[in-house]
Ligand binder design. Structure first.
Ligand code: AMP
Length: 304
């Protein structure tokens, strides 16, 4: 069933111990929608500049992604550049040129408004709220955020996530948002803020799903070599929500956490594929059979 994805479509410059690329397709919305497109129909809402290349449009369209909500504005596409530490656990941002993204006002095509699934990438909470409030018939909706919004836009962010079914953030953001250092306590605080499902991403340590009745942990897949972790968190989000949308998940009809648990594992699977090549390159020729094979590997190496 259709999933709407809102967020950044960008050009990235990335340097890791394995190499350097000055400019390639990136952006949270890009990673989320490419990863989700292996599971369900995806429609995006984003803005790019007049420098956005045809080959990049073709890549998204080639994965069947609906681009009616991809606005083209005069100016340049959002540009972000970063460099990773030797162990790739830390990343330093070198440049953030917002360009056309600075004035991004998500415009939701009429057709999208009745779609049942919504993933709000990391943008200003008020904009996330604006999109959410225009949708009718949502079955499962939520998104991501970052330290900047938690620190400087707290009231706006709290009002926004109150209406969400899920929140997907990393561990340092969960601590900052809750004011609790202990992850279990942090999760309890966040679950009292609105969302009924919380996924805390823990980088190379995997992810934990918290819900009203308990929690579930999934490790990260151990890769022989990580080429570029950029977009791994967003690809996780795409796998997680794409899988749920693909099975028509509805929290009111599915009381057990089994479907959510499988979604977390599909999230880990998609995050791991993302790291195998630079940028979005791994998604160019990935197949659903490879995805399902890795899902089964997860079942095997976590079984006891
Ligand atoms: P991740 O590695 O999962 O955190 O995702 C990185 C992606 O997010 C990159 O492709 C960037 O283009 C994009 N990005 C970086 N900074 C921002 C920002 N301030 N707002 C929206 N997207 C961003």
């Amino acid at each position: 069933m259709s999933l709407v994805v809102v967020g950044s479509v960008a050009y990235d410059g990335v340097e890791t111990p394995h190499g350097k690329v000055d400019r390639m397709l990136g952006g949270a919305c890009t990673y989320i929608s490419l990863a989700a497109s292996f599971f369900t129909p995806v429609s995006i809402v984003a803005v790019v500049g007049d420098d956005f290349a045809k080959e990049d449009v073709d890549l998204l369209a080639g994965r069947g992604i609906d681009l009616e909500g991809l606005e083209r504005a005069p100016g340049k596409t959002f540009f972000w550049a970063g460099v990773y530490s030797a162990d790739m656990n830390d990343r330093t941002t070198l440049r953030t040129d917002l360009n056309v993204f600075a004035d991004f006002q998500p415009k939701l095509p009429e057709r999208y408004k009745s779609y049942p699934y919504l993933m709000l990438g990391n943008i200003q909470p008020a904009l996330q709220r604006g999109v959410h409030s225009q949708m009718h018939g949502l079955k499962f909706a939520g998104g991501d955020t970052m330290n900047y919004w938690i620190q400087d836009y707290r009231a706006e962010l709290e009002a926004t996530i109150r209406a969400w079914d899920f929140l997907l953030i990393n561990d340092s953001e969960a601590r900052m948002l809750s004011g609790e250092n202990n992850l279990l306590k942090a999760a309890r605080v966040i679950l009292s803020m609105g969302p009924s499902a919380l996924v805390i991403k823990r980088g190379e340590y995997g992810a934990v799903l918290f819900h009203r009745d308990g929690y579930f942990t999934a490790p990260a897949y151990l890769l022989e070599s990580v080429f570029d972790p950029t977009g791994a968190g967003d690809s996780f989000a795409g796998g997680f929500l794409g899988y749920l949308a693909g099975c028509g998940y509805s929290p009111s009809q599915d009381a057990s956490s089994d479907t959510l648990r499988r979604a977390v594992v599909y999230g880990s699977v998609m995050g791991s594929f993302c790291c195998e090549k630079f940028g979005v390159d791994r998604f160019r020729n990935l197949t659903r059979a490879e995805i399902d094979a890795r899902f089964q590997e997860f079942q095997a190496f976590t079984h006891f």
